[in-house]
Design a protein around this ligand. Structure first.
Ligand code: UDP
Ligand code: MG
Length: 226
């Protein structure tokens, strides 16, 4: 039987990006040796995202939509997406095409080689701007001093995970305040790093305000240190 890839995408007010995201990802997904499903988690968007997603699901049976009753944040959206995924391998990614779909073939290849965790490592993130890049590197320096667990500074919310490894996340890492990309790096399993160049956001603006980022950083430090 053909294997299946589940692509899990969290969306918050992404009406400007979704159609292009769907078009570009589908194009690459169709070329893969695996079947696929595209799971969109609408994280309580106030714009037309949900309508667009429902339309896509009507037109394409490989599109699935999970809709939250309000905004719960990217982390909660990823748990929901993992819960509903049925693939042999799962890819988590953002909806703004900053995570290039051209990486899917190398992710699937890594699954076929027996890797369970495929860490997509950003080599360049020009679109984030100097401040965000500085804040991000300071955050990683701090947490790596405070925590016993070591974090890869350029890890992103773009990663591949096998069904087996995702079961560990589903069963044991369900805290409401969490740091999925930190857990992914620390659950063990045979793992591989693949580098990618982050693109610019295809449309719309970042949904992470400075305030949200600070809250997120403080929460993460609390979760992973004594
Ligand atoms: N997102 C979400 N809920 C939120 C904020 C963001 O699901 O409360 C999604 C957003 O739609 C995107 C991903 O999380 O798919 C990353 O957000 P964004 O691109 O705004 O962050 P940045 O890349 O600027 O750090
Ligand atoms: Mg983004």
């Amino acid at each position: 039987m053909r294997k299946k890839l589940s692509v899990v995408v969290s969306c918050y007010n992404e009406e400007l990006a979704l159609r292009q995201f769907y078009k570009e990802t589908s194009q690459v997904l169709k070329s893969l040796p695996w079947d696929y499903e595209l799971i969109f988690v609408n994280d309580g968007s106030q714009d037309g995202s949900l309508d667009i997603l429902n339309q896509l699901a009507d037109e394409d049976e490989r599109v699935k939509v999970i809709a939250f009753s309000r905004n719960f944040g990217h982390e909660a959206a990823m748990i929901a997406g993992l819960d509903y995924s049925s693939g042999d391998g799962i890819v988590c990614m953002d909806a703004d095409l900053q995570h290039p779909p051209e990486c899917f073939p190398s992710i699937v290849e890594a699954f076929q080689e027996g890797y369970h965790v495929i860490n997509m490592v950003r080599t360049k993130n020009e679109s984030a701007g100097k401040f965000k890049n500085f804040a991000s590197s300071s955050f990683y320096r701090l947490i790596n001093v405070l925590s016993d667990v070591k974090f890869e500074p350029n890890a992103s919310d773009f990663f591949g995970i096998s069904r087996k490894a995702s079961k560990v996340l589903k069963d044991h890492y369900r805290e409401k305040v969490r740091f999925l990309r930190g857990y992914v790096q620390n659950i063990g399993f045979k793992r591989k790093n693949i580098e990618y160049e982050a693109r610019s956001r295809v449309a719309g603006e970042s949904k992470y305000s400075i305030k949200k980022l600070i809250t997120f950083s403080v929460n993460t430090i609390m979760c992973f240190s004594n």
